[in-house]
Design a protein around this ligand. Structure first.
Ligand code: AMP
Ligand code: FES
Ligand code: ZN
Ligand code: ZN
Length: 315
């Protein structure tokens, strides 16, 4: 298999782009895909200070690496969630973030927020005392991560929070929301969520990259990452939709990309419109009736205390 650009030995076949690339050309290509998404969706500029949310997984570490190489002012933030489940999940993922800095970007700044040390309880204990948990702590975990990311971004005056969501993640969520006709979610699923009063801007520079591409990128760059997914995410419905889309992709290369990117284009062009109540995915995201939480000051629609602060009231 020969590189479509230089005729050297190709290491990856990007069926959906009809491209086969050698190591050097793939690394360039992946980096420029992220850069083009940043420009196309007007995510941020070199003058902006960014907070990259790193989980220790391949996507977010690939993203941080790419942004640093492109010269962006990108600091990392890892949230230690206190998840062990017999595999030391949080300890290992945190170690991967530190290892990345030491081995690849010793000048980079990594902020670590340790949930249990700072607030007294980790995700498993919190989920047990919260009805949303119902055995699976993912909803509580999502709420906690969003709150802390927003707090750190706001306190540090960062222009945006960048996450490692890739095309597979976004297409799976889109399929799920389409099958359930979740108009509110379809209206706001986007590569950029603009900042609003008290809420930082959120951007996803890898939305045009497949998961296997960020895996290949980390492998070729020699970036070590945590292979295990969160033990609580096993059997998650998003994984089921990812598998469905991967089957489709096998039969029709590019189907995943077309599904997601054509959705974004059609919505941006006004060809499809979705209306519905804003989903409560982000604390206080519904702009009507926003007020400040009396304890933490973050915006909330939930009353005097935001959902995050209410979590700690329960035992
Ligand atoms: P997930 O929801 O686990 O698929 O993660 C989506 C994105 O959220 C990742 O690519 C990271 O950018 C960010 N993220 C997930 N977990 C953490 C964490 N513990 N600390 C900081 N960022 C995280
Ligand atoms: Fe939060 Fe798994 S990462 S529950
Ligand atoms: Zn080449
Ligand atoms: Zn609060």
């Amino acid at each position: 298999m020969k590189c479509s650009k230089c005729g050297g030995m190709a290491v990856i076949n990007l069926h959906q782009h009809r491209l086969r690339l050698c190591e050097a050309h793939f690394l360039d290509w992946f980096t420029s895909m992220a850069q083009r998404a940043v420009e196309h969706y007007q995510m941020f500029t070199p003058d902006d200070r960014l907070l990259v949310a790193v989980s220790g997984g391949k996507d977010s570490l690939a993203l941080w690496d790419v942004l640093l190489r492109l010269g962006y002012q990108a600091e990392g933030m890892y949230i230690s969630l206190g998840i062990d489940e017999g595999i030391g999940y949080s300890a290992t993922s945190r170690a991967m973030c530190h290892k990345f800095v030491v081995e690849h970007h010793p000048e980079a700044v990594l902020h670590v927020v340790d949930l249990a040390a700072e607030y007294g309880r980790g995700i498993p204990e919190l989920a047990r005392s919260e009805h949303r948990g119902r055995g699976k702590p993912c909803a509580v975990c999502g709420l906690v991560k969003r709150h802390i990311m927003n707090r750190v971004a706001r306190d540090g005056g960062y222009a945006a929070i960048a996450t490692g969501h890739n095309l597979d993640d976004e297409a799976a969520v889109l399929l799920q929301n389409t099958l359930h006709w979740q108009a509110g979610y379809l209206a706001r699923q986007a590569p950029v969520l603009q900042e609003r009063e008290g809420l930082a801007r959120k951007v996803k520079p890898l939305v045009r990259c497949y998961e296997r591409e960020s895996a290949a990128y980390t492998l070729l760059r020699g970036i070590d990452y945590i292979y295990d997914e969160c033990p609580f995410a096993r059997g998650a419905t998003t994984n089921f939709y990812k598998e469905l889309l991967n089957d489709l992709e096998l039969r029709s290369p590019g189907a995943k990309q077309q599904f997601y990117l054509h959705f974004l284009r059609a919505r941006a062009a006004g060809q499809v419109r979705f209306e519905g109540p804003a989903p409560e995915t982000i604390e206080g995201e519904d702009p009507s009736g926003l007020q400040s939480c009396t304890r933490c000051g973050q915006p909330t629609t939930a009353g005097s205390l935001c959902a995050f602060c209410r979590l700690w009231e329960r035992r």
